[in-house]
Design a protein around this ligand. Structure first.
Ligand code: SAH
Length: 422
């Protein structure tokens, strides 16, 4: 019998944090000794400012310039005298990831390939709302992934490293630069970049510290000021960290469920062997702040004859009973080498009906940006395993823009993203 780790023990949390530290991002200190101010918490920024003998109010001014106005040069900070601007620029930088490729779909969805300081890359996607002038930014939290979910092409790329808070916030800021959405729109002014989902490459809860730090910056009212209601964190079920997300960040939670029995979920989402369904569902029940107004989203990839039977739908309803939630049904996107097929439209419909009859919303989420699937090429590779996958993936429909380094050039859009438009 397998002995499972007690999911909430501090030991288990410490183990997760220690593992994250082993995949730490590069330091915020440049090779020339200057420090990147993006990604520092307010307190850290203040102490850096104090350290060079300046008044704490300068930190507040800088914060406003960086996150409200989106400046990249200290020379633009007009309420700071020239000599001090000069001092700042000798010691600090205001970074951005470099956008090295942009792919455009006819529906307006855009994929951005971002290169970070150490040359590593990840993708960020902008999905505009089809009716209103707003849209969702989908960010990556890691380069690669450790989870190896069977239906997900990311399983072909091992984890390279975690992204830093600067790199996570930077993905959003680089898109703000691209769309010219500076200064941060105030009050009820509509925003083009109105929502964020952590559904890119990686498992955000295995990079919790950096993700949390990034979120605090994104939510800060004197800067980007995104409401927590417009932020969704998606997890495959890192149970020991889920509670912290609710308590410390209060953002929306999406859970990649995909199967309703341990035997199957063990196969599809191997993380289930560590944190099985009973623990996962219990963590959802306890998720702080979940209510009918703030429902948990269960993501469910519909795999033909694997997890799409009526019995599965009924078991799903039984499992989620009493949890304020909705279920996003995602037609599976096949990729080369994958052994699954998408469910038939009839199976999808039947499945959705059963869930809806039990009183839950169960929208079927169709892909956006489908027309850029055919755009192939190889923009980057990260490891031998991924290179092989790149080669196999050429010209073939693949699962998500984050599926593998290859997908950077192959160009499909993760299907559940539009579902998170509000
Ligand atoms: N690691 C986190 C965040 C990544 S989001 C998580 O698992 O939630 C990844 C999402 O992409 C998963 O929920 C899954 O629903 C979706 N996905 C991955 N491969 C897919 C595929 N081939 N077809 C449909 N959805 C897929």
């Amino acid at each position: 019998m397998t002995v499972l780790a007690e999911p909430h023990s501090s030991l288990e949390q410490a183990r997760i944090l220690a593992k994250a530290a082993a995949f730490a991002p590069p330091s915020p200190r440049m090779e020339d000794g200057r420090l990147d101010l993006v990604g520092l918490s307010r307190t850290e920024l203040e102490s850096e400012i104090r350290e060079i003998g300046e008044q704490p109010f300068r930190a507040r001014q800088l914060w406003h310039w960086i996150y409200h106005h989106g400046v990249r040069n200290f020379s633009e900070c007009s309420n700071i005298a020239k000599p001090l601007q000069q001092r700042f620029s000798e010691r600090f930088v205001i970074s951005r990831p470099e956008v090295v490729a942009v792919e455009q779909s006819s529906d307006g969805t855009k994929k951005f390939l971002m290169r970070f300081r150490d040359g590593q890359m990840a993708e960020t996607v902008y999905i505009p709302d089809l009716e209103d002038a707003r849209g969702t930014v989908c960010v990556s939290s890691q380069i690669g992934c450790t989870l190896s979910c069977r239906f997900c092409h990311t399983g072909t790329q091992k984890l390279v490293r975690n992204l830093s808070a600067a790199e996570i916030v930077g993905q959003f800021m680089a898109l703000r630069d691209f769309y010219g959405e500076w200064p941060t729109p105030q009050g009820g002014t509509p925003r083009l970049l109105s929502n964020i989902v952590f559904m890119g490459m990686g498992e955000p809860l295995y990079n919790y510290e950096n993700v949390a730090k990034a979120l605090r910056i994104l939510m800060d009212g004197e800067g980007i000021g995104l409401s927590r209601r417009r932020i969704t964190l998606s997890t495959a079920g890192v149970v020991p960290v889920m509670q912290r997300v609710g308590e410390e960040l209060g953002v929306n939670l999406a859970v990649s469920l995909h199967a309703v029995r341990d035997s199957l979920r063990d196969e599809l989402v191997p993380l289930n062997r560590k944190y099985p369904l009973a623990q996962l569902i219990e963590a959802c029940r306890r998720y702080p702040g979940a209510s009918n107004a703030r429902r948990i989203t269960f993501e469910y990839v519909m795999l033909r004859d694997v997890n799409d039977s009526e019995a599965d739908a009924k078991e799903l309803v039984r499992l989620i009973k009493g949890i304020p939630c909705k279920v996003n049904l995602i037609p599976f996107n096949p990729w080369p080498g994958s052994s699954f097929a998408p469910s038939t439209p009839e199976a999808l419909e039947r499945f959705a009906e059963i869930i809806m009859a039990a009183g839950y919303a169960a929208p079927v989420r169709m892909p956006r940006g489908a027309d850029i699937l055919a755009a192939c090429g190889q923009l980057r590779t990260a490891c031998g395993r991924a290179r092989r996958a790149d080669a196999e993936a050429k010209n073939i429909y693949c699962s998500s823009p984050f599926a593998s380094p290859a997908s950077a050039s192959e160009g499909s859009i993760q299907p559940m993203l539009p579902s998170l438009r509000r």
